[in-house]
Design a protein around this ligand. Structure first.
Ligand code: HEC
Ligand code: HEC
Length: 157
């Protein structure tokens, strides 16, 4: 194989994998600007930046509105909402909620996880977040979220 055709084959295979793996073609234009921090398709690899993949659409939408209207503030995130219309927010929320959250390599300490589960039962977290913290409507899914971000958000509250 000549070097040039080998190169085109590599590029072609790469493009093909992008389209087939993640249906890149259907990414709303504005979502691409979120990937830099929230990861491709909302699977964050930055400890303090939450994953958006698989998060409830209603929750994402309301958070975007809260950032825009100043009810929630973050130096990195707030400016990102400046140019978004309500329709943009709904489209972004639907898009990210339909992406699948890839499992993390995080290994929980079984002792701590057991104590955490007891504390969650005692404080009735599931009353709102439902079993296994899968969330509902405006109540976020916490399962599978970045460890550092969960700690940060509990401290912020
Ligand atoms: C410059 C980095 C950056 C970019 C770009 C960015 N975000 Fe964020 N985003 C953050 C950080 C950091 C947080 C966590 C804020 C905090 O700690 O309260 C966040 C939080 C959020 C949350 C709240 C999630 C939760 O679990 O509470 C949503 C929703 C969100 N971003 C959506 C978006 C969308 C949609 C875009 C693209 C339009 C975007 N972000 C672009 C950094 C960014
Ligand atoms: C009365 C209902 C309710 C109960 C009980 C509750 N939560 Fe929440 N939780 C919420 C709501 C609503 C939000 C979103 C708040 C917002 O819009 O900023 C939230 C947000 C969170 C977040 C932030 C997630 C993110 O992506 O930013 C974490 C983490 C969390 N809760 C953990 C817990 C834990 C742990 C418990 C039990 C100790 C608990 N919650 C009990 C309603 C509840």
């Amino acid at each position: 194989m000549k070097p040039i055709s080998f190169f085109s084959a590599v590029v072609f295979t790469f493009l093909l994998s992008l389209f087939s793996l993640n249906s890149f073609a259907q990414v709303p234009a504005k979502a691409a600007s979120c990937f830099g921090c929230h990861g491709v398709n909302g699977n964050s690899v930055m400890p303090n930046t939450p994953s958006l993949a698989g998060q409830n659409s209603r929750y994402i939408y309301l958070q975007l509105r809260d950032f825009q209207e100043g009810r929630r503030d973050n130096a990195m995130m707030t400016p990102m909402t400046a140019g978004l219309s309500r329709d943009d927010m709904r489209e972004l929320a639907d898009y990210f909620s339909k992406q699948s959250l890839t499992s993390k390599s995080f290994k929980a300490d079984p002792e701590k996880a057991k104590k955490g589960m007891a504390k969650a039962d005692e404080t009735l977290c599931a009353m709102c977040h439902l079993g296994e913290f899968k969330g509902q409507n405006e109540i976020p899914k916490v399962a599978g979220q970045n460890y550092d971000y969960i700690i940060k958000s509990l401290k912020d509250f």
